[in-house]
Design a protein around this ligand. Sequence first.
Ligand code: ADE
Ligand code: ZN
Length: 326
Amino acid sequence: MTDFRAMPKVELHLHLEGAAPPEFIRTLAAEQGVDLSGVFDEAGAYKWSNFVEFLGVYEAACEVLRGPEEFKRLMKAVLAAQAAHGVLYTEHFLASDLCGDGSAVAWGEYLAAMDEGAQEALAEHGIEVRFIPTCIRHFGADKAEHAARLAAQTAGGRVTGFGMGGNESHLMPADFARAFEIAGDAGLGLTCHAGEIEGPQMVNATLDALNVTRIGHGVRSIEDPATVARLVREGIVLEVNPGSNISLSVFPDWASHPLTKLKDAGVKVTISTDDPPYFHTDMTREYDMAERHLGWDAAALRAQNAVAMDAAYCDEETRTRIKDRL
Ligand code: ADE
Ligand code: ZN
């Protein structure tokens, strides 16, 4: 077995709120006198048993992420944890709907606090982060457009992308076309979760309606050779989160995960953790499991990091600098 912990890594797909360790959320709950007992199991881990429950527990835990200061603390804690696993460059999904009252003023304050946290983490750990403000699909198209406007108004600096997570079975990508158009017009890189819970038809519908260069997950594309061929033809990059997929039972076990099949078909695949504490994972574990179960060696994992950096939503100077360090 290779020791992957110190290997320089790029992580494109991580939800800041979903990366909050249970202890972090419990500490905030205690400080605020909020009862979050239903959110945790006896061992103190997040408690959920399917995708919809996962989303519910996730939103419940976010209740104690109440102010800019909490988000700054979270940003610093998450970046420190990523840096400890060799991550040099990462992008964080940030749900503006979970930042205060959702107003432009609140978003500006939360963003400034997260930016401060990012700057301090860069100084302390050398880790670079870019922000991908994200709408939540099951909150609907109006909220998505609002999130896109907030993202567009704050584009620049660390805000370099726009994305969508949430319940993939809710509405269709075309319902969010206006939101993605607003974000795209502001020069933001576009990515959308698809082909995680729903099948290849949702990947196609996403590519048809939204001008994305990346897809979050996209792994169920493997069920349709024409969709796989389309991903290759259009150069779409998949932000794959194998441990998340196993945990959410998208595939029954590591041996049946299609990461290697997708790569061998010519799809640009990258590896991330999604919401590490929810799925009991981290980047070192993802690489360990890819080596053990999916036949990936150090060279393949290094090559995947270069693919991720080529697809990163950052300026060319940053891209070159990070690629030189990989
Ligand atoms: N939000 C956080 N994690 C997610 C996932 N795996 N799928 C959809 N939305 C999410
Ligand atoms: Zn995700």
